[in-house]
Write a protein that binds this ligand. Structure first.
Ligand code: HEM
Length: 148
């Protein structure tokens, strides 16, 4: 375990991890909302083109960098705190890998909308919208409560 003083890297990296997590999650919760609204905009309309810009910027400027920082800081914490020995961490890692997979699908869908070839319904995006929320709830419980 780590010593808890202002000079130790661990709590600072953990703060960075949580800041990055908040940014990643903000984007992961908002992007599918944009997909829901984008479904209502007619292909080629001004509104549709605006959604394309919003989606691309959210992905490239917020979601992607925040995911990278979350992963790098998280892996440092695992290594530094020897957390890979614990069951809660294995469960958290599994859910985080699923979340990263969802991120991959979001990237594909941003590209589909950008090329005007989205075929999925508004209802589909409404349902998908809940997936990052549910994953986030279980991830936070696992890492904070450490139930096993
Ligand atoms: C990307 C891969 C990730 C890895 C490898 C990872 C790993 C870790 C580790 C080892 C800790 C330190 C635990 C401790 O000191 O008690 C931690 C803290 C934390 N992680 Fe992650 N994490 C990742 C992603 C996430 C995600 C996606 C979320 C939320 C959705 C999250 C939320 C948190 C929170 C809230 C803490 C602070 C817990 C505390 O101080 O009690 N992490 N993470």
């Amino acid at each position: 375990m780590y010593e808890f003083t202002i000079l130790t890297a661990y709590p600072w990296i953990k703060a960075l991890h949580v800041i990055a997590v908040i940014s990643w999650m903000a984007g992961m919760l908002y992007l599918p909302r944009l997909f829901v609204y984008h479904c209502e905009a007619e292909v080629g309309s001004k509104q549709s083109e605006t959604f394309k810009v919003m989606e691309r910027r959210l992905l490239k400027l917020i979601i992607n960098p925040a995911m990278i920082v979350t992963w790098l800081a998280g892996l440092y914490l695992v290594w530094s705190g020897d957390w890979y020995r614990y069951g809660w961490f294995h469960a958290k890692l599994t859910l985080v890998l699923i979340l990263s997979g969802v991120h991959g699908f979001f990237t594909r869908w941003v590209k589909d909308f950008a090329a005007d070839r989205n075929t999925r319904s508004q209802k589909f995006y409404r349902i998908i919208n809940e997936v990052p929320t549910v994953l986030m709830i279980f991830i936070v419980i696992l890492v904070v409560v450490k139930p096993f």
